[in-house]
Design a binder for this molecule. Structure first.
Ligand SMILES: Cc1cc2nc3c(=O)[nH]c(=O)nc-3n(C[C@H](O)[C@H](O)[C@H](O)COP(=O)(O)O)c2cc1C
Length: 186
């Protein structure tokens, strides 16, 4: 069964997009898939200064992050929208591991405080992910007014049926990409 990683990108005090990451984790745990939550707030990485492959003495945290990302058959990036883009914390780790992203199925989930649900983040994030040859799954999940939609334990606060449907489609499409890649490598 596929093993997924969720990359929760917000390191902001009082962050809300992390609640969406917890919702996705709960949803995956209810399936046969396994899941690992890579919380960038917990990793607390310093500002990027070089790619892992060129680091002479990578920290244990960097090695742990890289290993857990490599192990994942697919990755879900949960990103907040900050001024029409994604946070620096996310670019920090995209640049860290360029080769490891190559061919990796990656699904994007965006969240914003406003009505537009991080649609601008989608566009911004596609470029670096294409550049490092991640295999970006066309299906995305976009959460408007995230502060009203999910509770801090990942519970769904509004439109339960709608979020269940959107989440299922989102996860199924990632599962399709993972299976397609597996067959290509068989
Ligand atoms: C620096 C900054 C810029 C932001 N810019 C936008 C924005 O362009 N559009 C929007 O809808 N919300 C914006 N927000 C609100 C965030 O989307 C909101 O905080 C949301 O909860 C997701 O971020 P979080 O996971 O850090 O909480 C911004 C928040 C911050 C901190």
């Amino acid at each position: 069964m596929p093993h997924l990683a969720i990359l929760s990108a917000s390191v902001r005090t009082g962050r809300k997009s992390h609640h969406v990451a917890l919702h996705l984790k709960r949803s995956i745990e209810a399936t046969d898939n396994t899941v690992d939550l890579l919380d960038l707030k917990e990793f607390d990485f310093p500002l990027f200064d070089e790619r892992l492959k060129f680091m002479k003495e990578p920290s244990a945290k960097v090695l742990d992050f890289a290993e857990r990302l490599r192990k994942a058959d697919g990755v879900i990036i949960v990103s907040p929208e900050y001024n029409g883009s994604f946070p620096a914390s996310l670019k920090n780790v995209i640049d860290l591991l360029t080769e490891d992203w190559k061919g990796k199925p990656v699904s994007i989930c965006t969240a914003s405080g406003g009505m537009f649900a991080g649609t601008q983040v989608m566009v911004e994030l596609l470029f670096p992910l294409w550049k490092i040859k991640a295999w970006v799954v066309p299906s995305s999940m976009q959460v408007p007014k995230v502060q009203e939609a999910f509770g801090e334990d990942g519970s769904v606060l509004v439109d339960q049926e709608g979020w269940k449907r959107r989440t299922d489609v989102f996860l199924n499409d990632l599962g399709w990409a993972i299976e397609a890649r597996r067959r290509m490598e068989a």
